[in-house]
Ligand binder design. Sequence first.
Ligand code: CP
Length: 304
Amino acid sequence: MWNRKHLLGLEELSREEIVEVLDRARTFRESCTSSARKHSTLAGKTVVMLFFEPSTRTTTSFTLAAQRLSADVVGFSNSGSSTTKGETLIDTVRNIEAMGVDILVIRHGASGAPHLAARHVDVSVVNAGDGTHEHPTQGLLDLYTIREKKGKFEGLKVVIVGDIAHSRVARSNIFGLRTLGAEVFVSGPATLVPEHITELGATVVKDFDEIVGEADVINVLRIQRERIEGTVLPSTAEYTRLFGLTRERERRMKPDAIVMHPGPINRGVEIAPEVADGSRSVILEQVTNGVAVRMAVLSMVVGK
Ligand code: CP
């Protein structure tokens, strides 16, 4: 039974808690596409979006989720805030809390920032991506999408390919998928696959071509250039040749295997445009499911 005030990561969630979120999200899923969109679940509550890093999908998705639950929503942009004048994260969140809010949705470039905030406020904190650590609602929407498409997790082979080292999406996926019983494989350039990833329960496959034909799900990640210092790849063309989900590799996938990507996509680099837009791709379904998953999370952290 869900009894958490915050959602900070998938590492700490039990199987039952994850399934409860996915089941709740399903009850909201229809309202993501139908005209009967509004629920009164969070009427009278205020949700503040504290995004210290750029975002298209997550910020829009959380905003729509909160609005469809009838919450009041306040946006916050780092560039226009007093953090540029030297205010600390703790002072920022305590000042916002003092205005009478209920949920802080935080994205931050520093791993652990939402956890730090949660220790200094009494309101609910939801992690919308912290550094290279976790992106729990992306992980949950990926799990939701896989469950809808495959109907199970046990026995599934999920391959995550790309920049594993800098990916909070990879970590949240690994935690969630392992908890639910899927096999997880990671593949990418040696410079972008940390050795310790095996300790999280993932198997490293150096040659992406070895696993392409066995996967039930391939989750493609972009190279997170904004988090990389120095050179980790010989060239973009070399990366695409060895680890890109090209049309040729797509043809070797199992007939019912699906292609996922958390976005933003670098077309022609980690994924061919024809594959991103092709019949196996569930990328836009992931985005739609994300609103329902975030509706579930926002309602659950305040005990609704
Ligand atoms: N998937 C994801 O987090 O996308 P945004 O950075 O656009 O929010």
